[in-house]
Design a protein around this ligand. Structure first.
Ligand code: ZN
Ligand code: ZN
Length: 441
């Protein structure tokens, strides 16, 4: 009798993962509408004729690569979060809002005109239903740059009503919310000249910034801490941990390898996961270029280079950083779970979702992507007796090559499961925010 009673329960426990869970490649941020805040940029979400494809190169800083052709039926980015971009120097609240709404409307209009290939999701459940029942590319809205956009609870509620899943609070300029990381190289220093003149110790999250994080959480919107200066990030994490608001970072680096203000420390990575958040890595070689790496990683990079297994600026920067971050998180699973008996390898696939790592392409984000490893733009000469894939010869020239990018890593033995699990992690977290809304009617 007892045996019979237990049988169904046991069967249920043996199920490998919740049947509802998803495992898709989900791009945590791409920019399809840069032409709206910056008119000189080519229009995203347009189709080219197959007889006349655009020239493609990984050097595409000022060129639109988010052609609709590349985004439909794309297994390498089944779900894409479009980051509407704020205007960096906007001063009027009205104008700031208008620029974002125009981008949201542009994407929504495109999707309704191409509903055979694309679908919009405004809730985690809509994403799940679309994954289960269609082959469409699923688009979610986010905003990069909170400048002038979150001034009251009503503002945050408004963005939630538009289906915004998260806002990257700080972008390239210091503003009313906090300070922006000034990274090695000229670009961010030039754009944020004012920030560069301020004393680092004064470059904090402001009261307005704290309030914005709270308004967003109340409305069910996540805060992305990417781009924050070190002390602004510290303040944001402290505030979020104190108020049970899980943080996400969509495209910062790992300080032991990218030892610049955009690198998150090992300790903070642990704390982010302890508080139910997660991190995601940018895909472009430039963003993950090693900088003053800790000796242990510099040694690894040097020995890989000697073996011709590391080509700076290529997919190798991503491959190296991803694998280090993955190992770091998995080795610290017990610390993250605050349970000394936890061993990552012994967890089931559902339990592993907590330790996911996302990715962010930032296509059309004013940057180049990975250069190729081989040929004139690469590190190594072409061998006559070997065939090469397009991704190996061109690098990551456009989003249509994402699936090839993942397949190349798989062929080289890289475990991408944490990346696929991150789609589930993201939906669970988004749902958590929606379930914990504190919006009074
Ligand atoms: Zn960014
Ligand atoms: Zn961006």
């Amino acid at each position: 009798m007892r045996k019979l009673l237990f049988a169904p329960i046991y069967f249920f426990m043996l199920q490998p993962a919740n049947a509802q869970e998803i495992r898709e490649f989900m791009d945590l941020q791409s920019h399809m509408t840069v032409h709206i805040p910056y008119g000189f940029f080519g229009k995203g979400l347009t189709y080219f004729s197959n007889d006349d494809p655009p020239k493609s190169s990984y050097k595409h800083t000022f060129t639109n690569v988010n052609h609709a052709n590349f985004l439909e039926n794309n297994q390498g980015a089944r779900i894409i979060i479009n980051g509407a971009l704020s205007k960096e120097w906007v001063t009027s609240k009205k104008k700031a809002r208008r620029v974002i709404i125009e981008q949201i409307d542009y994407v929504n209009d495109f999707i309704s005109n191409h509903s055979d290939k694309f679908a919009l999701a405004k809730t985690p459940q809509e994403v799940r239903d679309l994954v289960a029942n269609t082959n469409k590319t699923i688009v979610i809205h986010s905003i990069e740059g909170g400048r002038r956009l979150i001034n009251s609870q009503e503002d945050a509620n408004f963005w939630a009503s538009q289906g915004i899943a998260f806002i990257t609070l700080v972008h390239l300029l210091d503003d009313e919310n906090g300070a922006s990381a000034i990274t090695p190289g000229l670009m961010t220093g030039l754009i944020n000249a004012k920030g560069g003149f301020r004393k680092e110790k004064n470059r904090r999250l402001t009261e307005h910034g704290k309030q914005a994080i709270q308004y967003l959480a109340n409305a069910g919107i996540m805060t992305d801490i990417s781009h924050m200066s070190e002390l602004t990030r510290k303040d944001a994490l402290d505030y979020m941990f104190e108020h049970n608001i899980p943080p996400i970072s969509t495209h910062d680096g790992f300080q032991p390898i990218q030892n610049s203000p955009r690198g998150i420390s090992a300790e903070d990575i642990i704390r982010i996961y302890q508080h139910n958040g997660f991190v995601s890595l940018p895909l472009s070689g430039g963003a993950l270029k090693p900088h003053k790496s800790f000796p242990v990683y510099q040694k690894m990079l040097d020995s890989l280079s000697r073996l011709d297994c590391y080509c700076e600026g290529s997919i190798d920067d991503y491959k190296f950083t991803y694998q280090v971050v993955k190992q770091f998180i998995e080795n610290n699973a017990a610390l993250i779970a605050k349970d000394s008996t936890v061993v990552f390898a012994e967890l089931n696939d559902s339990q592993k979702v907590k330790y996911s790592i996302g990715f962010q392409t930032d296509f059309n984000g004013w940057l180049n992507h990975n250069r190729p490893r081989y040929g004139k733009d690469g590190c190594y000469e072409l061998a006559a007796d070997r065939e090469y894939d397009e991704i190996e010869l061109k690098g990551l020239a456009h989003p249509g090559l994402l699936n090839a990018h993942w397949n190349l890593l798989i062929r080289e033995g890289v475990d991408l499961e944490p990346i696929k699990r991150s789609s589930e992690k993201f939906l669970q977290l988004w749902q958590y925010f929606l379930d914990h809304r504190r919006v009074e009617n």
